[in-house]
Structures are given as C-alpha cells and as structure tokens.
Write a protein that binds this ligand. Structure first.
Ligand code: AHR
Length: 656
C-alpha cells in the first residue's frame, strides 16, 4: 500500500522548524474493522469562578460590589470628598429598595462641589470607544434637589462619558442611561456624583457593555464566550471545583441562591479569595449574576451537555472537611432532585415552573450530575451511596459522576475505585495536575482499565511547568504537547474515557490565583494559550470512531515522544490523524491504511512555536496557534511532522 496515489502530493521537499530526521515514522491505520465509538461528550470544558473567571470575567458586569453587599460594604468603592466639611458617604440599611439587598450608600452633600463614590471595577473597567455601556442604579433623593451625574473616567482622570440621572424621586426607582466612551481604556473607573446640597441614597450601581453574548442585557462577556464557543465543547462542567464545596458548609455553592432577580442573589465570599496565601484576593466575592439558569443557557448556546456539580454534604477536605450530620444528607439529595426538576421538569412541576418563568419552558436536557468535587474517604462513600440510591429510583436517566479524589493515584484514589463503582457511580471523575512528563508517560494509563466498570471522566487536568499550582507555572507549548499526547491515550480508550476537560479554564491577568489556565484575559482582550489550541483541535477533529494505529520505524528516543491518535469521521468519510511530535526533530510520517489504498490528504494543520517554551501572551497573543502546514507532503510522500508540534491531518477515505 502506498501513502498517496496522487503525484501532486509527492516530492514537496523540505521541512519546517527543527532538524529533519533521517528516520521517519510508519503509521499503519487499521480502518478495516469498526473502531471504538468516541462519545460526542469526549472533549468538554470545566468552568469555575476562580481567577476572576466569573465575576470580573465571563459575567460582564463591570462594577464590583454593585449592591454594597460585600462584608465591607464599601469595598471596591472610594469616597470622592472635596472635604469632609462638605458632606459624607455612609452605609445604611433602613428602608432598602429590597430587603434581600439591605445595604446601600447614603450620600449627604452640604455644598455645591461634586461629592460621591467611585468604583474601579475588577482591576479597572474595560471600555471601548466603539461600544456603548448600559448603566443602571437604584436611587432615592431624600432631600434637596442635587444634580446626579454618573461619569466614566479614564485611568488618568479625563472624562470619557457622562450622564445626568434627572428622574430620581423621593422613592427608590431604577434609573438607567446608555454611555458611549470617547476612548478605549483598560483601566477606567466610574463616579457617581451628587452636585449640590441634598441627601441621596444609591444602590445596585451596574454597568454592562450593551454588546454581550447574544445581546442579552446583563449577560456574559461576548469575547470570552466566543472563545468558549470556538472550543466546541461537548459538555460544560460547572460551577466548580472547590467553590462547590466551600471551606466550610455555609460557604458551599447553593444553586437555589443563584436564580431569579440578580438583586436578590445573595453575595458569597469566593473560596479563592483566601485560599492561596501567595495570591490573596480579598475583594473576590460571588455575586451569582452568573447563576444556574445562565449556566444552563450557556450550555444550550454552546451545544454542550450540562454537567452541574452539587455539594454532597461535605466542605472542602483540604480545608475544614466539615460534614453535614448524617440525618441531613437527605437535604442535599433533595437539592439535587430539585435541580433535575429545574433543568428537565415539565413547566407544571414546581421547579420546572421556575425555569419556565425565567424564560425557558423547554427542558435543558441535563443527563449528568456531579456528586461532590474532590471528595474522598468513607464519609464520601456514605453520602454518594445515598444520592445513588435515590437517583436510581427517581432518575435512572441521570448519570452520576463520582469523585475519584484529588490525585490520579495513591490510596485515596484506589479506595475510591474500590468502593464507588459498586455504589452506582456512572463515571469516575479523575483529576490530575502534574509535570509534563507525567502526561507524556501516561498515554497507556487507560489501556488496562476494566471495560465493564464505570467510565472515566478526566474532569481536571493540566501540565504544570514548575509544580502544582505554583505561581511560576507557564502555559508553554511543551505543556500543551504533553496534554495532547495524553489526549491521544484518552481517545484510544474512548470506550472507557467518556469525557475530559482541562482546568482551570480562565484567568484574569491581574487577579488570578492559579496558573496555568486555558484562557487568559484582561479587561479588553483575550489570549488563547497553546493548551487552548490543543483542546480546540481535538474537539473540532474528534471523529466518531477511534481506530487502532501502529507506529513503526522510529528510533527509541523518537518513540518516547511521538504519539498518534486515529479516528474515523463517518459522516464525512474521512480519516483524522492527530500526531504529536514532542522531539526536536522533524519526523516524516508515512501513512498507510489497512483498507484504503488511496489516502488523499484534505487538510493539514500544525500547532507549533519557537521551541518547547513558546507561549502566547498579551503582547504576542498569536505566537503559537494552529496554521496550515506550509509543505504538507515531503520527500517520498511522507508528511513532515515539525519538531515540537501537534499536527492534525484529515484524509479522504476512498476506494473501500
Ligand atoms: O482547578 C482548580 C482546582 O483544582 C479546583 O477547584 C479543584 O477541584 C482542584 O483542586
């Protein structure tokens, strides 16, 4: 069998980056027999509000502590005092506009000079001159007839936009205006000013870009959701992560507190506020503006299966490990049952009605539920068993995802695998943060897993360039290739591994706690990492059947760092090859099929960079990104796989 029949594919000499190896790789794809099915949910995304990924990130609100409900009600706000003799700002709770949002700011002005409050957003407010911004605020004028002005200032103090709120009355009313900044600014700030004597109450000051994802008022940041959409995730796991557990149970994530009017969603400290002493973020709180309704809606937008995770009556075992009393586990189970009803129930059920009232009468089609995040041990098994028993009766259609502990091996991991399959786990959620070499060396990890037990959800993984969660970790090409190599192993075992997602997903440039991360952003721009492109390439080139593929002719050192996954795209009658070359040599790959004598190359994409340490950053965001291979076929019809690259080939399967 030959590589490519058509001579036009032959004799394109040359190589890309690196030294051309004298030896090549023989790739024999076994596509004569049917392969293992690859689940449509194979490659997905895991979102957690860490690194300002939610508030300050995906949720497009630009004002931090808009409702004055942080424990320090004026956190995020600066008082703009010409002098104390001319007035003051105090926090009050009497007669709020809504008892669920009790704190508000009272601005007492005794002079003509402007007096008020300034908010610097989440490490600055990002504004674009090409966009407009929707301001809203609850206001009550208790005395006087002051002028109320809202201004957007640039980082260096020039006015970018201004509006007068002229309709305020003696009763609370929600006022709004659309603002059009005159210039771009990544670190703008907002001022709410009272000009002239009077007493003014202010609450829930909010500013959103008019242009959000799908134009939803008060919605999500369009560029960040676009990055998610481009990933083509088969599922979305949410809302965490450790924030599901909370450091103590009162700080756990409770989905029922995250739906309905945003003004009534109770603010909660984010666990990542204080978790890492080396990256304290004292102003990190969850407004829940991005709540469970928005998560389900996002899943629908992305065409991703929702995979919500609920607390199972255990706080984070790295923190307090607080347990709910055994007789209260049923409350947690009930919360989960109500969640299924909220997602899937008919509009005449209590929680289905809530969903319909929020604007979505049709069910969201939830099929998976995570029970706990990184739990372990007997207390977890007891809790999981209760969930499982009830769900088997009430919702056998829901696959329960059980935690396999915080590490991919060791006693906790083994105990999880020894106990949870027998307790009804449908999928085991494995987590792994490790050095690149771990991923390179674990491509056969699932070859020997039982084919009759629960499937695997590789729920969190990422190559760490220095150490787990070290602040020095970088999103290097080497790490991304290690993940890609590992993913070839996941795909080979697609009958066991049903889902996989990188973690964490997003990080704000100036407010992160954990690195590396898949997507970095600041107030105006988004940087997709090499790891991002690996995920994207795998998801966009998933195929639906995994095919066995023999590698031959490599030297021993080449073979240690050269990987391939083959899949059939049945609908398009194509063969998809994902080839990882983590060596420093260009390796020509001679591709053959055991069924199709004629393999016609349709497309060839390469992800590569200037060596293994290459990365993307805010100055050079495009250094490492997928590009068509300049010379897809070299001497003798072999595909030259560049050094330090992931190459994705699509070939037409003809002549069967
Ligand atoms: O992804 C960051 C954290 O890592 C998650 O919240 C947790 O599940 C894991 O420990």
């Amino acid at each position: 069998m030959r590589l490519f029949r058509h001579r036009r594919w032959l004799a394109l000499a040359g190589c890309a980056i690196g030294v051309l190896s004298a030896r090549g790789a023989g790739l024999l794809v076994h596509d004569a027999a049917p392969g293992r099915a690859i689940s449509p949910t194979m490659w997905g995304a895991f979102f957690e509000d860490i690194n300002f990924g939610g508030d300050g990130g995906l949720y497009a609100e630009l004002i931090k502590n808009r409702g004055f409900e942080f424990p320090d009600p004026l956190m995020g706000w600066n008082q703009l005092h010409p002098s104390l003799a001319q007035g003051d700002v105090t926090v009050r709770t009497d007669e709020p506009f809504d008892a669920a949002n009790p704190h508000y700011a009272e601005i007492v002005s005794t002079a003509k000079a402007p007096l008020g409050l300034a908010n610097g957003g989440f490490r600055g407010i990002g504004l674009r001159a090409t966009e407009t911004y929707d301001l809203s605020s609850y206001v009550r004028v208790r005395s006087g007839h002051p002028d109320l002005i809202v201004r957007l200032y640039s980082h260096d103090g020039s006015v970018l936009a201004e509006t007068h709120l002229s309709d305020a009355t003696a009763n609370w009313s929600k006022l709004g205006a659309r603002l059009a900044p005159s210039e771009d600014d990544e670190h703008a700030w907002l001022a709410f000013l009272v000009v002239g004597p009077g007493v003014v109450d202010v609450d829930f000051v909010s500013l959103f870009p008019t242009h959000t994802w799908k134009g939803r008022p008060g919605g999500l940041r369009a560029d960040l959701v676009q990055a998610l959409d481009d990933l083509h995730p088969g599922f979305l796991r949410f809302p965490g992560g450790c924030i599901v557990e909370g450091s103590v149970l009162p700080r756990r994530y409770q989905w029922k507190n995250t739906i309905g009017p945003v003004e009534r969603r109770k603010v909660l400290v984010d666990r990542w506020n204080y978790e890492f002493l080396h990256r304290p973020t004292p102003d990190y709180f969850q407004s829940f503006g991005l709540g469970f309704y928005e998560y389900f809606q996002l899943c629908e937008d992305l065409g991703a299966q929702p995979l919500p995770v609920v607390n199972c009556g255990m706080a984070c075992q790295f923190n307090s490990g607080e347990l709910c009393p055994p007789d209260q586990i049923s409350h947690y189970v009930q919360d989960a049952l109500d969640l299924v009803e909220f997602a899937n129930g008919a509009p005449d059920t209590p929680w289905g009605r809530r969903r319909a009232e929020l604007g979505h009468p049709a069910p969201f089609g939830m099929r998976f539920l995570g029970v706990g995040n990184e739990q372990w041990g007997q207390d977890y098994f007891i809790r999981f068993e209760q969930f499982s028993r009830v769900f088997k009766q009430r919702h056998p259609e829901i696959t329960l995802v059980a935690a396999a502990g915080p590490q991919p091996d060791g006693p906790l991991f083994r105990a999880a695998w020894a106990n949870l399959p027998g307790l009804g786990a449908g999928l085991m959620d494995e987590h792994c943060y490790a050095a690149a070499d771990w991923f390179f060396d674990q491509t056969h990890r699932y070859d020997h897993y039982s084919r009759s037990g629960p499937g695997v959800f590789m729920g969190e993984y990422a190559a760490q360039s220095v150490a787990i969660a070290s602040p020095l970790n970088r999103n290097t090409l080497q790490g991304a290739l290690a993940e890609a190599a590992y993913m070839t192993g996941l795909e080979h075992n697609s009958d066991v591994v049903r889902m996989a997602s990188y973690a964490p997903l997003m990080a704000q440039k100036d407010a992160w706690q954990w690195t590396p991360d898949l997507i970095w952003f600041d107030n105006l721009s988004v940087v997709r990492t090499p790891d991002y492109y690996v995920q994207e390439l795998f998801a966009r080139n998933r195929g639906d059947e995994e095919l066995a593929c023999d590698l031959s002719d490599l030297t021993a050192s080449q073979a240690r760092r050269f990987y391939v996954a083959a899949a059939r795209d049945t609908g398009h009658h194509q063969l998809i090859l994902k080839i990882v070359n983590a060596t420093d040599q260009v390796i020509p790959a001679m591709i053959r099929s055991d069924r199709h004598p004629d393999l016609q190359l349709l497309s060839s994409i390469g992800l590569r960079g200037d060596g293994p340490n290459a990365e993307n950053n805010f100055v050079h965001p495009h250094d490492v990104e997928p590009r068509p291979l300049a010379e897809p076929v070299g001497n003798g019809g072999a595909v030259p796989v560049p050094a330090h690259s992931l190459v994705v080939l699509r070939l037409a399967l003809e002549g069967s």
